[in-house]
Design a protein around this ligand. Structure first.
Ligand SMILES: N=CN[C@@H](CCC(=O)O)C(=O)O
Ligand SMILES: [Zn+2]
Length: 418
């Protein structure tokens, strides 16, 4: 039997607890459920109590001597961060493209000449399962070191049955081997593979006929994602792929309006996608439609920065009532980072989210974007004990001192992992 953990005297315990079920919007994104001089009791990996140190001292007075005590005086405590959009499983790396872009090549130029997603697809097809596990483990360790305890992970660097399944099976194995939780998304439509160039509809048929049934049969994914972008998949093609996924029980997500306005946000709202990703160029009508449908905007400010693009209109989206989540977009091309703390900083700096909104976007709303809000994303009784103790005293300081990893201790399911 492991000892209970008693964390006490946190200067701010940002619980993110609320009576609102489902993604938070507008003012609710600023309510962090802060407890000053906060305290938590954890047993068997589950949060048993959350409150003031005084209250918990009374509640557990007969058991205090049994617990491992963590004195969090002067420290902020938050839920483990949730990253709802990653391409974490891939082979190789693409540092030469970074230099090409600095010299003027665009993301799409590189992709259209066989680089970008296609380059990573070649390297992922060549990599063995063991090599992918080894590379990905290093990234998962880095996520934990940055306070991230749950991530979503997409396939999409295979675009054939064999490699798409290899990526998803790697995620399944890592879910068993690694402390971090990985929520899998099938993204067979990440690009049009070169062998199908000009025959997009044939590839879509292949994806629907050969890939989706196996992914569903082996329960390898919960979501189905598509890159809806000019030169990749049209809104009509994206809809066909996502509707087919629905028939196999996969919930739609959409990479939408990243490079050009293309009706992706509107499509996400119309077909009931749980989230739409990127949205740098989302139209007014698309933003309104997402607010009405409650589709979560999963915004990726590190990607915008890395591609030297203007970030998505996060401030405006929140003001319009769109629930906003944020993510690293961890991938080898447009955002090779695992730092959610940096993403929280950028959400404030480049999208004008407030420090409180940014924390909600990286915890509770991020959990909603991957259907994990019942388990993680807030510090509430009965939830997983995924907890971060930070080397700062407040959430305001966490967002203010930017570009620094302030993580001191991370517990995943009540186990100290950092
Ligand atoms: N934009 C499409 N897909 C990824 C990038 C993948 C890559 O460049 O390897 C994204 O979300 O940013
Ligand atoms: Zn992505």
């Amino acid at each position: 039997m492991t000892k209970p953990i008693w964390i006490k005297h946190a200067s701010q315990l940002a619980t993110l607890a609320s009576n609102i079920n489902g993604p938070r919007t507008k003012e609710a994104m600023s309510d962090l459920g802060i407890i000053e001089d906060g305290s938590m009791w954890v047993e068997d990996g589950i949060i048993q109590a959350v409150g003031s140190t005084k209250d918990l001292e009374k509640l557990y007075s007969g058991k205090l001597h049994e617990a491992e005590v963590v004195n969090a005086a002067g420290h902020l405590i938050t839920p483990g961060l949730v990253d709802p959009h990653t391409h974490v499983v891939y082979g190789g790396s693409r540092e030469q493209e970074f230099e090409m872009r600095l010299q003027g090549a665009t993301y799409m130029d590189i992709m259209n000449t066989g680089g970008g997603i296609h380059a990573t697809t070649r390297m992922t097809r060549e990599a063995t399962e063991g090599e992918l596990i080894e590379q990905t483990t290093r990234r998962l360790d880095s996520f934990l070191a940055h306070g991230v305890t749950t991530i979503e992970g997409k396939s999409g660097y295979g675009m054939n049955v064999e490699t798409e399944l290899k990526q998803l099976r790697v995620m399944k194995k890592l879910q068993e081997q690694h402390m971090i939780d990985i929520v899998p998304t099938f993204m067979g439509a990440h690009a049009v593979p070169p062998e199908y160039k000009g025959r997009e509809d044939e590839f879509i048929e292949y994806l629907i006929r050969e890939m989706l049934p196996v992914v569903a049969e082996e329960k390898l994914a919960e979501f189905n994602d598509v890159f809806c972008e000019k030169g990749v998949y049209t809104p009509e093609q994206s809809e066909r792929i996502l509707e087919a996924g629905k028939r196999f029980g996969l919930i739609p997500k959409i990479h939408a309006d990243e490079i050009e306005p293309y009706g992706g946000a509107e499509l996400a709202a119309r077909i009931g996608a749980i989230s739409a990703e990127h949205l740098l160029k989302a139209s007014e009508a698309g933003i309104k439609a997402m607010a009405n449908s409650g589709t979560i905007a999963c915004l990726l400010p590190a990607t915008a920065l890395y591609l030297r693009e203007e970030a998505a209109a996060g401030r405006k989206m929140i003001d319009c009532g769109v629930p906003v989540a944020i993510s690293t977009d961890c991938n080898p091309g447009s955002s090779p980072t695992t730092s959610m703390p940096l993403v929280m900083n950028l959400a404030c700096i480049s999208m004008r989210l407030t420090p409180a909104e940014s924390l909600t976007a990286a915890t509770y709303n991020a959990a909603c974007a991957i259907n994990r809000q019942e388990q993680v994303g807030s510090l509430e009784v009965g939830k997983q004990a995924d907890i971060v103790l930070w080397n700062v005293k407040s959430y305001q300081e966490l967002q203010y001192l930017f570009g620094v990893n302030h993580v001191k201790t991370v517990w995943k399911n009540g186990v100290k992992v950092v």
